[in-house]
Design a protein around this ligand. Structure first.
Ligand SMILES: Nc1ncnc2c1ncn2[C@@H]1O[C@H](COP(=O)(O)OP(=O)(O)OP(=O)(O)O)[C@@H](O)[C@H]1O
Ligand SMILES: O=P(O)(O)O[C@@H]1O[C@H]([C@H](O)CO)[C@@H](O)[C@H](O)[C@@H]1O
Length: 161
């Protein structure tokens, strides 16, 4: 499968998810901005995928990111989506324009909802939906020292005379 074919609109991913579920495959969902992909992201996404059988990643659009993180994103949504889709352990990428992935989560109803442990379970958007449907909400430990913000700071420090 070509990586670009993993990037799907919500309407297109729903039948794919339904097929996975019909085959007994546990669908994992996570989401984020993923502006500059780093080791922490890769480690967490790979671990998230292995909590189930398929991994769907909700990706904030540029408009969504810019509302959440002023001055961001540094990489546009086309780039961010394609980089994520190129990862072997990512099965689908779905862009969302809202401030939160709640609409996606209500539509997909993943078996497992995952975020990094920079979030508490109760602070994870959509946790109620997944728990009410008998699913699990889990966090994955952060890889210390890695964040997009830190990368930006290091670049800025490097460029500052
Ligand atoms: N160091 C890390 N280790 C594991 N997971 C991480 C790490 N940093 C971020 N994540 C997870 O990746 C997802 C996307 O986070 P995000 O795109 O905000 O990355 P970030 O590096 O924290 O960015 P920023 O510095 O702009 O906040 C979130 O679920 C978050 O928990
Ligand atoms: O990359 P981030 O900032 O970790 O991603 C955000 O996650 C929020 C989270 O799901 C809250 O529980 C989400 O609401 C927001 O849209 C970003 O995806």
């Amino acid at each position: 499968m070509w990586s670009k074919d993993k990037i799907l609109a919500l309407e297109a991913v729903l039948p794919v998810v339904a097929d996975w579920k019909a085959q007994g495959q546990r669908v994992v969902f996570t989401n984020g901005c993923f502006d500059l992909l780093h080791l922490g992201h890769v480690d967490y996404l790979e671990k998230a995928r292995h909590l189930g059988d398929r991994l769907v990643v909700g990706l904030n659009t540029d408009a969504s990111v810019s509302c959440l993180k002023p001055g961001r994103p540094l990489q546009d949504e086309v780039s961010r989506a394609r980089v994520l889709a190129s990862l072997l352990f990512v099965d689908a990428v779905v862009l969302f324009d809202e401030q939160t992935p709640l609409t996606l989560i209500k539509a997909i109803v993943p078996d497992i909802l995952v975020k990094g442990d920079d979030y508490t379970i109760s602070g994870i958007v959509g946790h109620e939906v997944v728990l009410q449907n008998g699913g699990q909400v889990l966090t994955v430990p952060l890889v210390a020292g890695y964040s997009t913000t830190r990368i930006v700071e290091r670049i800025q420090a490097h460029l500052t005379p």
